[in-house]
Design a protein around this ligand. Structure first.
Ligand SMILES: [Zn+2]
Length: 252
């Protein structure tokens, strides 16, 4: 009989989440948590997405019928569609300069396929200080990805729209695998889309009682599952959630 004790080990998603947290903490960011059941106010209104705003269609939402202690502002309950409410809660209770990240589960009411799950993990970052600009954002993100992929990367910022930032950008990194040459991971473009980001919208700062004339900041967010898929070359996100030991045991 085999007397060796069998030990469990860390799931690849948890491993990636702790690596992300480690890299940002080296840059002075604190890891902050928040509730997965949120109010409409924190998930949408405070982030400059009021009711009837067409941008609400960007997030297919699981609404909850249950009443809860959180429901204090005549605001309906939902499963958070992004980790951004954590930023609002933190900014309400802490004065700048601020430097936080949050990593956690988020939920979208959508069909699952190889690149979409109804539940996934997001990493979100926020920095508020005097005199911040997109250049600071670019520096932090580049540092992060070079440590995460363990390769030199270039960044490409493309204009984009998210209601809580102005201007908003999509961030691409040059392919860490082929160095911008062209391979299957970058779909033969040399670039990989990794995050949405931007300068915090003045209305979001006002919503938490900060004067946008005094304080500037940036925020960024991306999928932890997606980063794990890229790092480990996994092409179907559902594999992370099947409990199939043939996948998990590759990460001993
Ligand atoms: Zn490539």
């Amino acid at each position: 009989m085999d007397n060796k004790e069998k030990f469990g080990h860390i799931h690849p998603l948890s491993r990636v989440a702790s690596r992300i947290s480690e890299i940002f903490s080296e840059m002075g960011f604190s890891l902050i948590d928040g509730p997965e059941i949120e109010t409409e106010y924190y998930n949408f209104d405070a982030l400059n997405v009021p009711k009837d705003h067409p941008a609400r269609d960007m997030w297919d939402t699981f609404w909850l019928k249950r009443k809860d202690i959180l429901e204090t502002q005549n605001s309906k309950l939902l499963l958070r569609t992004h980790t951004s409410p954590v930023q609002i809660r933190y900014m309400e209770n802490n004065r700048p300069p601020l430097r936080i990240i949050s990593i956690g589960k988020t939920f979208r009411y959508e069909a699952t396929d190889a690149t979409h799950e109804a539940q996934f993990h997001q990493v979100e970052g926020l920095l508020v200080d005097k005199g911040m600009s997109l250049a600071n954002l670019k520096y932090v993100i580049k540092e992060f990805f070079e440590k995460f992929f363990e390769e030199k990367v270039e960044l490409r910022l493309r204009p984009s729209y998210f209601p809580f930032v102005e201007p908003g950008v999509e961030i691409d990194v040059s392919c860490f695998k082929c160095g911008g040459g062209k391979c299957a991971i970058c779909k033969h473009t040399g670039w990989i889309e990794v995050m949405g980001a931007g300068m915090i919208h003045p209305d979001v700062l006002k919503n938490v009682g900060l004067n946008p004339e005094d304080w500037k900041g940036f925020a960024f967010g991306g999928g932890v599952d997606r980063l794990a898929m890229l790092k480990y070359g996994i092409d179907d996100v559902r594999l992370f959630y099947t409990g199939d030991l043939r996948l998990v045991n590759q990460f001993l």
